[in-house]
Design a binder for this molecule. Structure first.
Ligand code: FES
Ligand SMILES: [Fe+2]
Length: 351
């Protein structure tokens, strides 16, 4: 907390900076995170990325597989994301032509008698997977292998569903704040236009967690539409700290994939992909647009709150607000191996 006492002593202005003063959480919980969407990474493209407090680059190898490696060339420190190229599936530095494969290992150093092969001459390599049109990157502070995977989401490809749309926003908040919002029963009434708090059933299962709730849109209630058919059920699965798949069934059936990735000590990138089930041609476009527009409006409202809120050590949860602490207990596992002050991530080298 920064306190500024005005010279006459009668006024005190207080400004709470939640990042400098409050958050004690390590920046990067262990897990799978979105690096980019598949369609954002073209063949032969080198894409610079800033995540986990690091500079990274993504590219596609000779088989078209997405790879993510550290951005700084170990030769003399050029940034591969600025002028780097892909040559026969390897990433080539723009400065003196060193090449690196998808694991980050040095594969060529022009004019050198022998290709350098020490750990120091390699880029850091991250384990990557591509699923549901998303390039996922695995982060573990101690370099452990993934202990879960994100499955295919059938709605992505089924003819009965509209093509996925997405939006991406950056918020000044910790990655946990965005995820635990889904377990905050009361906010559904104020941010998401529901009749009252959500009734959430929370079932953790290792690094996954299943979340079930019923939602009642308050405008349906105002219009007297209170039958069961006007209620939504929402079934969601948390795949670690970075991926949340959510399905609603009701007046509109929808499927969304919520992706959040730590950028640095202050910011988190949030992407929402979403689709709705086709009903009939005139309505399909409208349903998907309403879904995505409403979601974006709501998350922007939340973002304003997340960016300015003060993290409390002891919030005053009420009897109906029972899911936040369950969520936080489940989430603790993703800080395994982190120290409170940890700021330098260890990397995982692809095997
Ligand atoms: S700095 Fe990359 S090859 Fe020299
Ligand atoms: Fe929310």
């Amino acid at each position: 907390m920064h306190s500024i006492n005005a010279s006459n002593g009668s006024e005190e202005i207080q400004h709470f900076d939640n990042y400098k003063d409050g958050y004690k959480l390590p920046r990067n919980p262990n897990g799978w995170y979105a690096a980019c969407l598949s369609k954002e990474l073209k063949e032969a493209e080198v894409k610079p990325l800033s995540f986990f407090g690091e500079e990274l680059v993504a590219f596609r190898d000779a088989q078209g597989k997405a790879k993510v490696v550290g951005a700084y060339c170990p030769h003399m420190g050029a940034h591969l994301g600025h002028g780097g190229t892909v040559v026969e599936g390897k990433i080539q530095c723009p400065f003196h032509g060193w090449q690196f494969d998808g694991t980050g290992a040095c594969a060529a150093a022009p004019f050198a008698k022998r290709t350098p092969q020490s750990a120091r001459s390699n880029l850091d390599g991250y384990i990557t997977e591509e699923v549901n049109g998303v390039v996922l990157v695995w982060y573990h502070v101690q370099g452990k292998e993934p202990d879960y995977h994100v499955p295919e989401i059938p709605e992505m490809d089924l003819k009965q569903w509209m093509p996925m749309q997405h939006f991406t926003l950056t918020f000044r908040t910790h990655v946990q704040e965005i995820r635990e919002n889904f377990c905050d029963e009361s906010h559904f009434a104020f941010i998401h236009e529901q009749e009252g708090p959500a009734d959430i059933t929370w079932n953790p299962e290792g690094p996954l967690a299943h979340h079930h709730s019923h939602l009642t849109w308050k405008y349906f209630v105002k219009m007297g539409l209170t039958d069961e058919k006007y209620r939504f059920t929402c079934d969601s699965v948390f795949y670690g700290p970075g991926v949340l798949v959510s399905r609603t069934r009701g007046p509109i059936d929808s499927a969304t994939i919520g992706l959040c990735t730590p950028i640095d000590d202050e910011y988190t990138q949030f992407t929402l992909m979403g689709t709705s089930r086709k009903v009939f041609p005139g309505l399909n476009w409208f349903n998907r647009m309403s879904l995505m527009k409403t979601a974006k409006r709501d998350v922007l409202l939340e973002g304003e709150i997340w960016s300015h809120k003060k993290p409390l050590e002891k919030p005053i949860y009420q009897a109906h607000e029972r899911s936040m602490s369950k969520f936080q207990k489940w989430y603790e596992q993703f800080y395994d191996g982190h120290s409170q002050q940890e700021t330098t991530p260890l990397r995982v080298v692809n095997s």
